[in-house]
Design a protein. Structure first.
Length: 387
């Protein structure tokens, strides 16, 4: 029997050391690698990527995949939108493919193949003030149209699934929760040479609380800075705050609060962290802090747990689904409450040990192989019903 052909829009795979190479790109990369590892699916994948991507370096050549590099400037948002609107429908025409999967939000209007769309989050619906009117209007329109046309919709948490159903009136039967996983390299790092190399590379202090993520409004980083500025016990003990991640958008408030609280010498911003250094970065941290007000999943929380770091996060959106009973939850917008949680995780040895053990066990429940298997299962269900 001939393999069924699945076209995948993976244009947001981005090798650049910026926020574009962070969350969404890493999600796509990890999922596709896992799909390439699973044998005997009876499917052949055709991934459409931008011209910046070195496929051999990033993926090797898994036998079930073919890669199609765009000649359009699709690494640029405007170029990608044009490619999706004009080129992709033509490429998918003529009966070449049996199924199409858009890995982020949008099925182009001209696509006539049975389709799956992944909705990573609805932050632009929940927090409309955090993006421009033009971008928000375009993405909201495309997302709503795509949900109406899709044969299957993937959400990356149950919280996101309920948002898609409740905010966009999606048919619950079509919306499937497929949790993200954690890559195998995310585990406690004990090699001192490696750890000190990473410490030196990013000029990290001996003791620190860590945040990892794009610098943007919903990550709630100003609250973390305010909480840290109140943590006299921590500061006297020489525990610094490291805010790691590339600048995204609307981040000026972070720097304003750092200056206002006079903690500039104790708050370090090393910028974008190379992916190969991330496990060591987590392992060097005393506590991982993630006070986000909204997540589609919350991958840094999972990665930190997998590296054996005590985690403090919020009880909002998907984060309790990911953290379970392994993390400490901020249940308000109180800087004082966050300060207390951070200091407890930092100085209560018994609590920290319990959080580490529970976090390691919790992280083992999320794998990319499971995510790939569920995704492929949805493909096969749709292919059976559409043939």
């Amino acid at each position: 029997m001939t393999d069924r052909r699945v076209a995948i829009n993976a244009q947001l795979l981005d090798p650049r050391k910026s926020y574009r190479g962070a969350g969404v790109s890493r999600y796509i990369s990890s999922l596709l690698r896992a799909m390439g590892r699973l044998p005997g699916s009876g499917l052949r994948y055709h991934a459409f990527v931008n011209g910046l991507l070195d496929v051999d370096r990033c993926f090797g050549r898994p036998p079930s995949f073919e890669w199609h590099r765009s000649r359009w400037p699709s690494h640029d948002p405007r170029g990608r939108v044009l490619w999706e609107s004009l080129a992709l429908p033509v490429l998918l025409g003529g009966g070449r493919y049996d199924l199409f999967h858009s890995l982020i939000h949008s099925i182009p209007v001209g696509v006539r193949v049975p389709s799956v769309v992944t909705i990573l989050d609805l932050s632009r619906v929940r927090f409309p003030g955090n993006s421009s009117l033009a971008k928000r209007t375009y993405l909201n329109l495309m997302t709503k149209r795509s949900i109406a046309r899709a044969a299957g919709i993937i959400a990356i948490s149950e919280s996101s699934r309920q948002d898609i159903i409740g905010l966009l009136n999606a048919d619950p039967v079509k919306v499937h929760t497929v949790y993200c996983g954690v890559d195998p390299q995310y585990r406690p790092q004990t090699n001192r040479t490696l750890l000190e190399r990473v410490r030196a590379k990013y000029s990290l202090p001996e003791e620190f609380i860590l945040y990892v993520g794009t610098l943007e409004p919903r990550k709630n980083i100003p609250l973390l800075v305010r909480a840290y500025s109140l943590a006299n016990r921590m500061r006297l003990a020489g525990v610094k705050l490291v805010i790691a991640g590339a600048k995204g958008w609307m981040y000026d408030e972070i720097f304003r609060v750092i200056g206002q609280r006079a903690v500039g010498g104790e708050v370090l911003l090393p910028g974008y962290i190379d992916e190969e250094d991330m496990p060591a970065l987590y392992s060097l941290a005393r506590v991982f802090a993630y006070p986000s007000i909204y997540e589609g999943f919350g991958l840094p929380v999972l990665e930190a747990m997998a590296c054996g770091v005590p985690v403090v996060t919020t009880d909002r959106s998907s984060l309790p689904e990911i953290g379970g009973d392994a993390v400490s939850y901020l249940r308000s917008e109180s800087a004082e409450e966050l300060r207390d949680l951070l200091q407890a995780a930092c100085f209560d040895t018994q609590l920290a040990d319990t959080m580490r053990a529970r976090g390691l066990a919790r992280a083992r429940q999320f794998t990319w192989d499971a995510a790939a298997s569920r995704t492929i299962g949805l493909y096969n269900t749709i292919l059976r019903t559409s043939s």
